[in-house]
Design a protein around this ligand. Structure first.
Ligand code: 5GP
Length: 116
């Protein structure tokens, strides 16, 4: 499978700088350049997946680890007491801009529902 090289690949390789909040063997987390909430952090798996839809064909990708690490990072950001939202945009209708699977952590304000 040929995957386009995205801005997140370049952040992961260090080619493009980011405001990093957490990194380990599984994930990298950094502040979104265009935050939609007082806290807006993106979490990417180091093993690349382009979109959420691909997870159904990629049993070797441990999406549970991505969720567990995202919960850990949200706690480190001090969001556990007030709560927060995890968003994974998928494809055109989901408004996914970057073709590298990522979880948005949004917090620090009361978020509205339904989302726009
Ligand atoms: P998507 O719409 O794909 O779910 O979200 C992509 C997110 O990446 C957007 O919230 C956008 O602001 C963020 N983003 C795009 N380019 C960069 C960048 O170069 N650095 C950082 N930190 N975030 C970016």
């Amino acid at each position: 499978m040929i995957m386009e090289v995205t801005i997140f690949d370049k952040i992961l390789s260090g080619e493009i700088p980011s405001n990093k909040v957490y990194e380990d063997e599984d994930v990298l987390a950094f502040h979104d350049v265009n935050p939609q909430a007082p806290i807006h952090v993106l979490v990417i798996p180091k093993k690349k997946v382009a979109t959420f839809t691909e997870l159904k064909d990629r049993p070797t990708i441990d999406s549970g680890v991505l969720f567990q690490k995202t919960a850990l990072i949200a706690d480190k950001l001090g969001l556990d007491d007030e709560g927060y939202r995890i968003v994974v945009n998928c494809g055109e209708n989901g408004n996914q801009e970057v073709a590298y699977l990522h979880a948005h952590i949004l917090g620090g304000r009361k978020l509205t529902w339904p989302p726009g």
